[in-house]
Design a protein around this ligand. Structure first.
Ligand SMILES: [Mg+2]
Length: 250
């Protein structure tokens, strides 16, 4: 039987409070001012997310295992995520992480912050990393190198739905029997996923909202997974009938 809903979510700055890659860039790489310059260039479409993000990561002079060790000390979980995850588990609702980050980092943080069991239950669709065994130099390996996002999240969502024999037509909930699809995110890289689900949760005060307003993409705001949890429960209980009531930029 199909689940009642599927929750796709960004990882950095959404499931975790800090963005791991920004954190590494600011604290171990070339620092915040340069990162913000690149971020502005990405927002203003002067460079692609893919190229800007690679430049940030290339400024980090530390080995990959040291990066992970550093992040495990500093990155915190969203305060509402654990409760939300447990509720989803109890309802048979899958959570899928769709990330522009690198899989080994997400894996270690998920194991550490949520637990061993979460590794089995939460699928991670993300970029990878390549480490040179001699020099220990590492670089990001994009899942979709042709895409200006490096990881085309909309493509990953469509692939997931097709693989599980769900309809990829998410423009309406009329196709009953298809689960209600949610996406949660905060940043530029989530823009590629923004139109692929029935409701987009966009983090309060972050870049994704600026984009949604500019591009007229419907969204509902959240501060933490406590808000997401409340709204998702109400929508699932109403079989999605009330979903449009949550859209803030109609
Ligand atoms: Mg993010």
């Amino acid at each position: 039987m199909s689940p009642k809903a599927i929750v796709f979510t960004d990882w950095d700055g959404t499931v975790t409070l800090q963005d791991s890659n920004d954190y590494l860039t600011e604290n171990l790489g070339f620092g915040k001012p340069r990162r913000l310059e690149i971020n502005d260039d990405i927002l203003n479409e002067k460079i692609s997310f893919r190229d800007g993000f690679r430049e940030m990561l290339e400024s980090i002079p530390v080995s990959f295992p040291e990066c992970i060790e550093y992040l495990l000390k500093h990155i915190q979980l969203d305060p509402g995520f654990l409760t939300f995850y447990k509720w989803c588990e109890s309802q048979g609702i899958p959570i899928i992480v769709v990330s522009s980050g690198m899989k080994p980092i997400i894996y270690e943080l998920l194991k550490n912050l949520v637990g061993d069991e979460a590794i089995k239950n939460i699928e991670i669709i993300s970029n990878e990393v390549k480490i040179d065994p001699e020099t220990q130099k590492w670089e990001i390996v994009y899942k979709d190198p042709e895409s200006s996002f490096g990881h085309d999240k909309s493509n990953s969502i469509k692939e997931y739905l097709a693989k599980h024999n769900y309809s990829t037509n998410t423009t309406s909930l009329e196709d009953k029997g298809n689960p209600i699809l949610f996406y949660c995110g905060d940043g530029v890289s989530d823009l590629s996923a923004a139109k692929e689900t029935n409701l987009l949760f966009a983090k309060h005060g972050k870049d994704l909202i600026k984009y949604c307003i500019r591009e007229n993409i419907p969204y509902t705001e959240f501060d933490s997974f406590k808000d997401i949890s409340e709204k998702v429960i109400k929508i699932v209980e109403a079989d999605g009938e009330n979903i449009n009531e949550f859209i803030e930029n109609k």
